[in-house]
Write a protein that binds this ligand. Structure first.
Ligand code: ATP
Length: 191
């Protein structure tokens, strides 16, 4: 089973992806985590990505598509994967369709976590406040937060109608409790 989790920063994609990983023994592919690992390792991609991420922008489509394409070929993805943070632009969504078709794979469900903007600000502010400074993500700060939400609205939100038009989109109320959101997702994947 291959899934896409869509939603703005702070929507709860990572939390739900972890639960799906445990429940279905499929792998969470978080492009944010992959990029942070690339930065920590000092790789060429990491060097390119660091300033972009810290300013709240998007890393280039080419880099991201290649990163995901290589990752889904790894043996641990055989049983299935959850895309968390990818695709983030319509160009990435289109490239993903081509890439998966080439590999003979398909996405079973595209699940959107819908959360009002005011709640996203509150959640990320809480995450910032509750994380010790040394452990805080370098892009989790007041200035970058607004930029990340603007980038979501301008560049990522258009992929919601892209999948809706294909009849692939399922929407979940991301403002419900974590357990309720999980239950809604379970109903979708069981269908
Ligand atoms: P959350 O706060 O829920 O973790 P987020 O969207 O703020 O979500 P990540 O998904 O971890 O955080 O992504 C962090 C940054 O990594 C993004 O702001 C962006 O710069 C970069 N990034 C991650 N995925 C992509 C992608 N598919 N395309 C381009 N840039 C990406």
């Amino acid at each position: 089973m291959n899934l896409i989790l869509l939603g703005p920063p702070g929507a709860g994609k990572g939390t739900q992806a972890k639960r799906l990983e445990d429940k279905f023994k499929i792998v969470q592919l978080s492009t944010g985590d992959m990029l942070r690992a690339a930065i920590a390792s000092g790789s060429e991609v990491g060097l390119k990505a660091k300033n972009i991420i810290d300013s709240g922008g998007l890393v280039s489509d080419d880099i991201m598509v290649q990163m995901i394409s290589e990752r889904v070929d790894e043996p641990d993805c055989k049983n299935g994967f959850i895309l968390d943070g990818f695709p983030r632009t319509v160009a990435q969504a289109e490239a993903l369709d081509v890439m998966l078709a080439d590999k003979g794979l398909q996405i079973d469900h595209v699940i959107e976590l819908k959360v009002d903007e005011g709640i996203l600000f509150d959640r990320i502010r809480t995450r910032i406040a509750e994380t010790p400074e040394a452990e805080r993500r370098s892009d989790d700060n007041e200035e970058t937060l607004k930029k990340r939400l603007d980038v979501f609205k301008e560049q990522t939100a258009p992929i919601i109608p892209y999948y809706a038009d294909k009849g692939a989109l399922k929407t979940v109320d991301g403002m419900a409790s974590i357990d309720e959101v999980s239950a809604q997702i379970d109903t979708i994947v069981a269908a």
